[in-house]
Design a protein around this ligand. Structure first.
Ligand code: HGY
Ligand code: MN
Ligand code: MN
Ligand code: MN
Length: 428
């Protein structure tokens, strides 16, 4: 997998950053909330509209389109050797509530633009090059992140995926079928997504940094060398509740206060490792019955813990689970813990990193080697094939917010680096 020098001249790559931005902003109109906010939840009406638009752009770029039964969408630029393992790129178009227009979408729309630029430059790759829209990178609907790439890497089993239900009790399989992805069973659905090193030669994802470093240091391209290890867990506390006026304090077992104590422990546990790379938050918090004059009976916390060091992250997760049990005992509440995911970090493939760096240097762009603290589908693609990522700056490092922003110039640079990197990895 040596990143070859290619006859392709960078000057022959024509990338119109503004055209990509226009497409990103059109995609952003498929949202449950008015722009600039973007909310696009897996298999909802706006997600299906977004999927149709992505397929339209793939068709306009002259790519061969296929979809698997998980809902992953592939656009392929044919290679001289159609049987050769493909070089992949791509990202996601689903968006968490009240997000922005650039997270994930930049790697899908930008990936299509990169393949189109290669095609328009008359580049004939030795290997097929494919751009993937991963079906569900965000955990919003089923609680599980990166369902599509986990399935590709063979990391999802039917029982586990079936256990992940949305707030109406709908399963992934039912939702996929309702969206027109007619799998006969979980096995059929998961098998249709399965990739192996035999059919995937390398993978590289273009993404906004979602952090402030590139902008702060005035660097144009982030050459990602590793991806942090994410974990998510749900903790439920249940008390007996009671009348807010008539129930005296010694008799209360307030579920919300148990949650409050655990939430502050989560912060303490992350800070307690002494490593700046350990991060944690309670991103979702719900109590019931939500009446000012009723002592809360139920509390549900969703906790996100990450670190670039897997074992250090695991120790924090374990301490949170132990503390939940201690708090439950002390406050006489019942509790349950649902460990949703606890994934290892990924090291990017040396040859892919070298191809990204060589392409960035050849285009004359400044760069910074860095770790991705956000997770991406690349975290799981790295388990199938040598994988890398290309970051571009985003304003103030803001992401997962409506004012998320990347400039047309930065987007054009990212697409050019991606196109040249794909050409290097695909050979000619
Ligand atoms: O949360 C993440 O890291 C990703 O942006 N979904
Ligand atoms: Mn995201
Ligand atoms: Mn993303
Ligand atoms: Mn991501």
């Amino acid at each position: 997998l040596l990143p070859l020098a290619v006859a392709l001249k960078p000057s022959s790559l024509k990338v119109d950053g503004q055209a990509v931005v226009d497409q990103l902003l059109h995609l952003a109109t498929f949202s449950d909330h008015p722009n600039p906010a973007v909310t696009r939840i897996l298999f909802t009406e706006n997600d299906l509209a977004g999927r149709a638009y992505v397929k339209q752009l793939m068709a306009q770029a002259g790519l061969a389109i296929r979809e698997d039964k998980m809902g992953n969408i592939y656009g392929t630029l044919p290679g001289a050797d159609p049987a050769a393992a493909a070089v992949g790129t791509g990202s996601h178009c689903d968006a968490i509530p009240l997000a922005g227009a650039y997270d994930g979408t930049t790697g899908v729309i930008g990936g299509i633009a990169a393949l189109k630029a290669l095609r328009d430059a008359g580049f004939m790759p030795a290997r097929p090059i494919e751009v993937v829209m991963f079906t569900s990178e965000e955990p919003t609907r089923f609680g599980l992140s990166c369902s599509g790439s986990r399935a590709m890497a063979g990391l999802l089993d039917a029982a586990y995926l079936d256990s992940r239900r949305d707030e109406n009790g709908t399963s992934y399989l039912e939702a996929a079928r309702a969206a027109g992805y007619g799998a006969a069973s979980y096995e059929d659905m998961l098998q249709s997504a399965r990739r192996t090193p035999e059919d995937l030669h390398a993978f590289v994802e273009l993404h906004i940094e979602q952090g402030p470093l590139l902008e702060a240091e005035g660097r144009q391209i982030g050459v990602v060398t590793a991806i942090a290890a994410p974990a998510a867990l749900r903790v439920r506390f249940s008390g007996d509740g009671g009348h807010a006026g008539a129930q005296l304090m010694p008799l209360r077992n307030d579920a919300s206060l148990a949650a409050a104590e655990l939430a502050l422990f989560v912060e303490k546990a992350a800070l307690g490792t002494g490593a700046i790379d350990t991060v944690a938050t309670v991103g979702y918090w719900d109590i019931s019955p939500k009446a000012v004059n009723s002592v809360p009976r139920e509390a549900l916390l969703e906790i996100d813990v990450r670190d670039i060091d897997g074992p250090r992250r695991d120790a924090v997760v374990a301490s949170i689970m132990e503390e939940a049990a201690r708090i439950a005992e002390k406050r006489r509440v019942r509790h349950s813990v649902d460990a949703i995911n606890q994934d290892p970090p990924a090291t990017c493939g040396a040859d892919v990193v070298a191809a990204v760096q060589a392409s960035t240097d050849e285009l004359g762009y400044s760069s910074k080697r860095m770790v991705s603290r956000a997770y991406h589908d690349s975290l799981f693609m790295a388990q199938i094939a040598p994988t890398g990522m290309i970051f571009i700056p985003c304003r103030n490092g803001w992401s997962h917010r409506p004012d998320e922003f990347a400039s047309p110039q930065d987007i054009a640079r990212g697409v050019e680096v991606l196109a040249l990197t794909l050409a290097r990895l695909a050979g000619e």
